[in-house]
Design a protein around this ligand. Structure first.
Ligand code: PLP
Length: 390
């Protein structure tokens, strides 16, 4: 008999009932060190007092307002994002997937308004942009699309890192190029800064829009507010979600005025997008993360974790091959099956997340304590050793 929850996930038999910073408490009382953070969502850990206060204060005022009216918390958050980034304008969503939907619509509408027949969007193997019709068509993997056809057309999929294929594929018919600066689900694969720069140049050469998907790698995760800042480039459109809500469902599409030129009244909408609760939390998250002091701590912690992970790999050569990633978006390429390592982690009360390319992802809270970094290494070491013994 089908389970009452649609069985689209293979879930671990773990039920967490309480969260405190980087720790989750299981129903049986065991405390787990959370290096997954809800897949890069709980950017400030669980039950952060400033986020709880912002949410409960807003909950006592007004929960929901239609976008038919001004929403003060939404306006404040949009102003902050515009001040902090390349963007001139922001649309709020409830998820990364919805951000993908709008990014695709915005790019196509741009060319429609310009009177040009440009609908083709270039994407890359191993990418992940969500599970909607546009999201799965954009990523294009057999695993995500099988049985869900007919797929939304107009996507050209290129091999990740194949510069020649990109140069050959991009043309004056390309509407946009859509890319994650660091692939998350694809196995923590950063796009080198030089390649992002080259991609920006190629887009400019052909007039194509550059859409960055920073749903997983954005909001401080790599040690800059947004990952593309490392390369010194800016996109035309950017998708954001996960960390921006710190655990409350919140996403956004940021765009330049030019890229957004087709998005006039009535062209897009959302009942819940930009609701007061989500935006109150988003404001609290940004007030903490978008400061030099916080981001420099992320970089320090990232250096510490990475250094210790290199030691872990050296100490467990039968289990781990290498460390990869950027900032606190790190991956351990495994020699044994990655899901076995995740499973062995459960035995040591530590949570990691599997990704493609036989990688386990480490996406801790950005404010993880140094002591918890040390504890994480001990637990991962014990998990690795348990696999070699058995
Ligand atoms: N884009 C990227 C890079 C993601 O990692 C994800 C989710 O993992 C999405 C889009 C989809 O976001 P959501 O699950 O919030 O719809």
């Amino acid at each position: 008999m089908i389970s009452s929850v649609l069985p689209t996930y293979s879930r671990a038999p773990l039920s967490f009932v309480q969260g405190e910073g980087s720790w989750l408490v299981e129903a049986d009382g065991r405390r787990f060190l959370d290096l997954g953070a809800g897949i890069a969502v709980n950017a400030l850990g669980h039950a952060h007092p400033a986020l709880t206060a912002a949410l409960t204060q807003q909950a006592g005022q007004v929960w929901h307002l239609s976008n038919l009216y001004q929403i003060p918390a939404q306006q404040t958050l949009a102003d902050k994002l515009v001040d902090l980034t390349f963007a001139d304008t922001v649309f709020f969503t409830n998820s990364g997937t919805e951000a993908c939907e709008l990014a695709v619509k915005m790019a196509r509408k741009y060319w429609f308004e310009k009177g040009e027949d440009r609908t083709e969007i270039i994407t890359f193997d191993g990418s992940f942009h969500g599970r909607s019709a546009a999201g799965i068509a954009a990523a294009g993997s057999e695993k995500m699309t099988r049985g869900f056809g007919p797929l939304l057309g107009g996507f050209t999929h290129l091999a990740f890192g194949d510069h020649d294929a990109l140069t050959a594929a991009i043309s004056d018919k390309t509407a946009a190029v859509l890319i994650e600066p660091v692939q998350g689900e694809g196995g923590i694969r950063p796009v080198p800064d030089q390649c992002l720069k080259g991609l920006r140049d190629l887009c400019d050469e052909h007039g194509a829009l550059l859409i960055l998907d920073e749903v997983q790698c954005g909001v401080g995760r790599t040690g800059k507010l947004f990952a593309h800042e490392w390369a010194g480039i800016t996109p035309d459109i950017m998708m954001v979600a996960k960390g921006i809500g710190g655990g409350f469902p919140l996403g956004a599409v940021l765009a330049t005025e030019n890229a957004a030129l087709g998005m006039t009244a009535g062209t897009h909408g959302s009942t819940y997008g930009g609701n007061p609760l989500g935006c109150a939390v988003g404001n609290a998250v940004l007030d903490i993360i978008a400061t030099d002091a916080f981001l420099s701590e992320v970089n320090r912690k990232a250096g510490l974790l990475r250094q210790k992970l290199e030691g872990l790999v050296a100490d467990n050569p039968e289990v781990f091959e290498s460390v990869r990633g950027a900032g606190l978006m790190l991956g351990l390429k495994c020699k044994v099956t990655n899901s076995d390592v995740v499973q062995a982690g459960y035995g040591q009360a530590i949570l990691t997340v599997p990704a493609a390319d036989n990688v386990i992802r480490l996406l801790p809270a950005l404010n993880i304590a140094d002591d918890d970094i040390a504890t994480a290494i001990n637990k991962l070491d014990a998990a690795a050793k348990s696999l070699v013994k058995s």
